[in-house]
Design a protein. Sequence first.
Length: 266
Amino acid sequence: MKTLLIAICGVIIGLSLALSLSIAAADNGKTKSETAQTPIKEETQKGEPQKEEQPVKASPQTNNTIPVYKPPLRGAPAGRVAGGTRGADQTFPYLCLIVPEHVGLTVSSQPVLYFYQSKTSPYPVEFILIQEQGISPILETRIASPGKPGVQSIRLADYGVRLETGIRYKWFIALVPDAQHRSKDILAAGGIEFIEQTPKIKEELATAPMSQIPNIYAEAGIWYDAFHSLSSQIETSSDTAGLKEKQASLLEQIGLAQVTVQDPTE
C-alpha cells in the first residue's frame, strides 16, 4: 500500500508542476433563434390583389438536442491520466476515467463514477479515493474486474462514502499486474468536486422532461451528473441509438472520442 501511495503522490505532484491553468470555456454556443422577417409587400398592377409573403416558421424544438458541455470557470486542471496501451496489439488494456481534464463537478454527495477499459484482463483492479491535499486514502479497495470491455461504473453509495462540499478529490483506478512491484501498476486518475445545486438548476430540473436532464447538467458545467443521467437513460431505454449518439458527443467534447460507448463485439 505504501508503494502505491508513493506512486499516486508522484502522479499528483508531477501533474501539479506540469499542468498550466488553461481551461478554455467550451463555447459550442447555442443555435441562434431565427429572427422573423417583416413581410414585404409586392407592388402589383392596377386591379390585382396585393399579396404578401408569409414569414418562415421556425421548426419546433425537439427533445433530441445534443448536450453541450460548458466547463465551469472554477475547473482547475486535475490532470486526467490514462494508462495501458492502445491499438490492435495491446499488451495491456487501455484504461481511462470518464472525466474532463479539469476537476469535474457533481451535485451528488454519492455520485456514480465511470471509467473505461478497452478489454478484459486477468489483473486485479483497485479503486482509490483521496482528498486532493490529503495523504491517506478515504477509500482504497479492490473491485470486481470488468467482465466485458467498455464503460464501467462505481457507485460511492455501495461503499458508504460521501463527498463533502468545498473539497476537491482525486480518484484512481489501478490494474495490478504484479502485486510485488506496484510501480508496474496501470494507473488512471482524475478529479471531482461536490457542489450544492443552485435554485436555478433545481427549478429547471423540476419541470424538464427526462430527455433534457443531461442537457441541463451539461449546460451548467456539472459533468458527472450529465454523463450519469444519460447513461441511466441508456440502461433503461429500449431505443438507445439516439442516446448513445449524445453520449458519444459528450465524450468527444472532453477529448475522449476514442472511448467506445457501445461495448465492442469480439
